[in-house]
Design a binder for this molecule. Structure first.
Ligand SMILES: [Zn+2]
Length: 330
């Protein structure tokens, strides 16, 4: 069966030295020391080792063929967002990354679909780059779950979401700059605990801030199956009901309503949780998404879903139909 993996990350093999170019900042750069691998450096500090499948589109295609997945939706690695940078510099960096993504799609149109990145810290520049990547043919963007710790429901981001709706651009919300990260460095806790909470934070902010209510045609997908949003919806809903003075201050619509209006990816690593999400949101809102090529990803690209004995129509929806609806509108 045809599969589209809508959550994958890619980088250019070579990055300019942005810190040198701009004269400040811990921009990511790559150090290639041994064949097939590179060290991502954040300023002078080692961040992560990546392998060739993080930058080489020709290596990725056969890796995906093992799992019968011809199409990958590619976006940058969240550490590249650089929302902390000066807006014009983040625009420059974003344009570089987006042009690289456009090149991959041009070279391999059957295999790659790109989501762009935009300088969220500057509303005007963000919309400017959004319009440019729309012209490049991208169906959407990837954004972080907060922007310099400002929540996505803040008014300054609303025109960006409004522009996404107007331009028919899908939005993928990916956790980054995780809350509490500085206080829980050990045991990979920012990734294991921070990321799911961060995604729920982003979704709740967009729900309670009225973004999704005011932009009914905006199509938003939340990474990692929505993080802790769906598993804790009972608590969120109860809070909405018992303290509307706190929770319903900007939007009187119950939060559960929005579970029928958002998309989430399938990266649960847990068939029981995936089944629960199917029960809660139905089978038209979950998209195959792996987080390839990173170790926390579902690197068998949805094989656990194939083993769940779901109805064939449901599997088809998860594997590609829902992603097409999210990206392009139905
Ligand atoms: Zn990811």
């Amino acid at each position: 069966m045809k599969k589209i993996d809508m959550h994958t990350h890619i980088l250019p093999e070579r990055l300019p030295n942005f810190a040198e170019k701009f004269g400040y900042g811990d921009f990511i750069h790559l150090v290639h020391e041994r064949e097939g691998f590179a060290n991502m450096m954040k300023g002078g500090v080692f961040f992560r080792e990546i392998a060739k499948n993080c930058w080489d589109p020709t290596v990725r295609i056969p890796e995906y063929a093992l799992y019968h997945t011809p199409v990958q939706v590619v976006c940058t690695i969240p550490v590249m967002f650089s929302y902390w940078a000066k807006p014009a510099d983040c625009l420059d960096l974003s344009m570089f990354l987006n042009d690289h993504l456009a090149g991959i799609v041009d070279d391999f149109p059957e295999n790659y679909i790109a989501l762009g990145t935009i300088p969220m810290q500057d509303t005007d520049l963000a919309i400017q780059e959004l319009e440019r990547i729309k012209d490049l043919g991208f169906p959407g963007i990837q954004i972080g779950s907060n922007v310099n710790q400002l929540n996505l429901g803040e008014p300054q981001f609303f025109p960006i979401f409004e522009a996404c709706e107007r331009l028919n651009m899908a939005v993928f919300v990916h956790p980054w700059e995780m809350m509490g990260e500085a206080d829980m460095r050990k045991y990979w806790l920012p990734w294991l605990v921070g990321m799911p909470a961060e995604t729920a934070r982003a979704a709740c902010s967009m729900i309670f801030g009225g973004v999704l209510e005011r932009l009914p045609a905006l199509r938003v997908c939340f990474a990692h199956a929505g993080g802790s949003l769906i598993p804790t919806m009972g608590r969120i809903e109860h809070g909405f009901n018992c303290r509307p003075d706190l929770v319903a201050a900007d939007n009187p619509v119950p939060p559960r309503e929005y579970l029928k209006k958002i998309w989430v990816d399938s990266a649960t690593h847990d068939p029981q949780l995936l089944q629960y999400i199917l029960d809660i949101v139905g089978d038209e809102r979950i998209c195959l998404g792996s987080d390839y090529p990173f170790p926390l990803g579902d690197l068998e690209i949805g094989r656990f879903i194939e083993k769940m004995n779901l109805p064939i129509e449901t599997v088809e929806r998860i594997f590609y139909k829902n992603t097409l609806n999210w990206l392009y509108g139905s």
